[in-house]
Structure formats: C-alpha cells, structure tokens
Design a protein around this ligand. Structure first.
Ligand SMILES: Nc1nc2c(ncn2[C@@H]2O[C@H](COP(=O)(O)OP(=O)(O)O)[C@@H](O)[C@H]2O)c(=O)[nH]1
Ligand SMILES: [Mg+2]
Length: 312
C-alpha cells in the first residue's frame, strides 16, 4: 500500500496500519520520508513518558500499571517497548507481552515492541518516528520503555516529556544508575520493589544525589510495588505534577525544541555518513592513502571529502 494511504488509515486509528507504519520505521526504508511528511502535521498532541532502568527493575510491570491508571482517565495510550538486545524482537520481549496482556483487548491501548532492523540512524532516530506514529494515531499518552544500559537508550528516554528512572532497593543501585548516566535525565525516580529490604537506604542515597543537583526541577522520588499496584497513584500524581510544572514554566516547549534540534542534527549526520559511504568510497580510499604516506593530514582529507560532497 502506498505510504499516504497507510498514514490516512493510521490517522483514523486503524491498528493494522499503525503496526505497519511502525514496521516501516523499524526498517528505515525509502518510504520513510514520505510517511513522515504525511504524518508530521498530525502530531504534537501526545504526551510522552520515558521509562528506563536496569533489566528486571520492573519497567514493564510499572508501564502496565500506568496504562491501567491512564485508562481510568479515559486516555488513549500507546506503548513502545524497545529492547536493543533482541534485534528481531524475539524471546526477550515475550515477558513484556505477557505482563501487559491485560490490555490486549482494550481498543484504547496499543502495545508494540520495537527493534531497529535496518534503520540507518538506529534507535535514536527510529524511536521518535515511532512515537510520532502513535501520536498521530490519536494517543493521548505514549510510553516508551527502554533498558537503561547504553547511550542510545538513555537518549531515547531523554527525548520524552517526562522521564522515569526505575531503581530497586539495595545498596549501590543508585550508584549504578548514576554511572549509566541516568541521573541527569531523571525527572522522577521510582523505587520499585519497595516490598524488598533496603528501600530506606536507596531513598536516602537518592535524596543525597538530588540535593547535589542545582537543576530547577528537583526530581520526585516515588516508591512503588508494581506487582501489587501500590504507589501507582502517587507515581501518576508525580507525572502530572512534572507536566504541570513544565507547562507553567514554558519548559515543555523548550524541551521539545531541543529535541527537534537534536533530531535534525542526527538526521544530517546520518545523511552525511550515508553519502560518504555511497558517493565517496573511492575518494576516501585515495585520501586514506595520502594521509598514510603523510602528504596530507586527516583534517585536510576530511575538508576535501566534504568539499567533494558540496560540489556533487
Ligand atoms: N517483589 C516485586 N517484584 C516485582 C515488582 N515489580 C515487578 N516485579 C517482578 O520483577 C520481574 C521483572 O519485572 P519486569 O516488569 O519485567 O521488569 P523490566 O525488565 O524492568 O521490564 C518480574 O518477575 C516482576 O513480576 C515489585 O514491586 N515487587
Ligand atoms: Mg521490560
């Protein structure tokens, strides 16, 4: 089906078309430009929530509970579960599907696991595109679950309106999260599995970390027991509070703009990389040889390569 027709159907909420569009985003095929052009004017209404943390922290369980909470307010919700460790979205995500099965028959919920099969820009570009598909399809809320281990995942979560960092009780978890770069991106900390010992220590650790930061928004800390649905209302309230804070300060708009700027830069970098690979393979080889024999330096080589792209 041609991309415009597919978009038209997705806008009407057709689930198969939405799924196909997300597949298209994953593949990063040539139709992507056309799809985005048709889709983009219909985006901007959804609020996005990123949820990250170590494997097993309870992200999927929390997402499931938050979806239920959002449904109580009648909100339509889209969920993207991104697991880069399973490039063919195989076994690793089965657990997520099981955990979120309760919503399987709910027309107001769309859950999709996602991997980047062929997208050149990788997850960093594919994820925002997939969010736009869900946004344009009329979801009020889009939740994105990523494993907080790599730079790409951290970036994806950071590219949401509200970012939740999920930790578990136990000495050192907050330190681990800090090392993974999760502290800079957290708007709200969730200490999930608060039924386990060590919750107080983690709480104290986090409070210390937050006090050291001079950012204007002081991240809230919420304790939850996802499997018992405890603390979910508190978490929901914290999310609403962060949203209201940003809307009031105008920082939601500036946050979204920073995100757009970053995305444009990434697209440009990707296009450049692509062009160098497609158009300049021989020149690159030639320049490499000349740098190796020291007749020019790598910077001169790079300038020449860029100049050759400009003129082609
Ligand atoms: N004890 C306890 N277990 C939990 C809690 N939340 C989730 N779990 C369990 O932790 C495991 C991992 O949960 P999951 O949501 O898949 O974590 P994810 O990998 O971060 O998505 C599952 O077996 C859950 O049942 C909780 O609050 N308390
Ligand atoms: Mg999960």
């Amino acid at each position: 089906m041609d991309p415009a027709a597919l978009v038209e159907r997705a806008l009407g909420g057709d689930r198969r078309s939405i799924a196909r569009l997300i597949s298209l985003v994953e593949d990063g095929g040539p139709e992507l430009g056309e799809v985005m052009k048709a889709l983009y004017p219909h985006t901007g209404d959804a609020y996005s929530i990123g949820i990250t943390g170590a494997p097993g922290a309870g992200k999927s369980s929390l997402t499931d509970r938050l979806v239920a909470r959002a449904r109580r307010d009648g909100k339509k919700v889209g969920v993207l579960a991104i697991d880069p460790s399973s490039p063919f979205s195989g076994g690793a995500l089965l657990g997520d599907r099981v955990r979120m099965q309760g919503h399987a028959t709910d027309e107001g919920v769309f859950i999709r696991s996602m991997a980047t099969r062929g997208h050149l820009g990788g997850l960093a570009l594919a994820a925002p595109e997939a969010v736009r598909v869900l946004d344009a399809a009329g979801n009020d809320l889009v939740m994105i679950e990523t494993v907080g281990v790599g730079q790409a995942e951290v970036e994806i979560t950071d590219a949401c309106d509200t970012t939740l960092v999920v930790l578990n009780p136990g000495w050192g978890d907050a330190v681990q999260a800090a090392k993974a770069g999760l502290m800079e991106i957290a708007d709200i900390y969730v200490i999930n599995k608060a039924d386990r010992p060590g919750t107080k220590d983690t709480l104290r650790e986090l409070k210390n970390l937050i006090q050291m930061s001079d950012a204007p928004w002081k991240p809230e800390i919420v304790q939850t027991i996802a499997i018992k649905s405890e603390g979910i209302d508190d978490l929901w309230t914290a999310i609403e509070k962060h949203r209201a804070y940003q809307e009031e300060k105008g920082s939601l708009e500036s946050r979204r703009r920073r995100r757009i700027a970053r995305e444009i830069r990434e697209i440009v970098a990707e296009r450049f990389r692509e062009r160098v690979e497609n158009e300049s393979a021989r020149l690159l080889e030639d320049l490499t040889a000349r740098v190796a024999e020291r007749s020019i330096d790598p910077y001169q080589a790079a300038d020449r390569l860029i100049a050759s792209l400009d003129s082609s």
